[in-house]
Write a protein that binds this ligand. Structure first.
Ligand SMILES: [Zn+2]
Length: 82
């Protein structure tokens, strides 16, 4: 019976580790996925005002995505030309 209990504990540990890894991977995927133009704009315009989880994700995404940085500067230019 002891080895049966040990197996269950081992399975729980493995499941927990898998869940942790899954969460980390999902978090990275969420950050590496390009946000919508509107979300990008909102995050940049409300840079100092808003401090939500999405905002943090978008700002850290901007740090690693050149495509979105370009998009943001295009959006800013479009705004200032109005
Ligand atoms: Zn991006």
């Amino acid at each position: 019976m002891f080895s049966g209990n040990l197996l269950i504990i081992l399975l729980v540990l493995v499941a927990f580790c898998a869940l942790t890894v899954y969460r980390i991977v999902m978090d990275i995927r969420k950050k590496s996925k390009c946000p919508a133009d509107r979300d990008l704009k909102n995050a940049v315009l409300g840079f100092a005002a808003r401090r939500g989880a999405d905002h943090e994700n978008i700002i850290s995404h901007l740090g690693m995505c050149e495509k979105c940085r370009k998009k943001v500067s295009d959006l800013n230019q479009a705004d200032s030309s109005k």
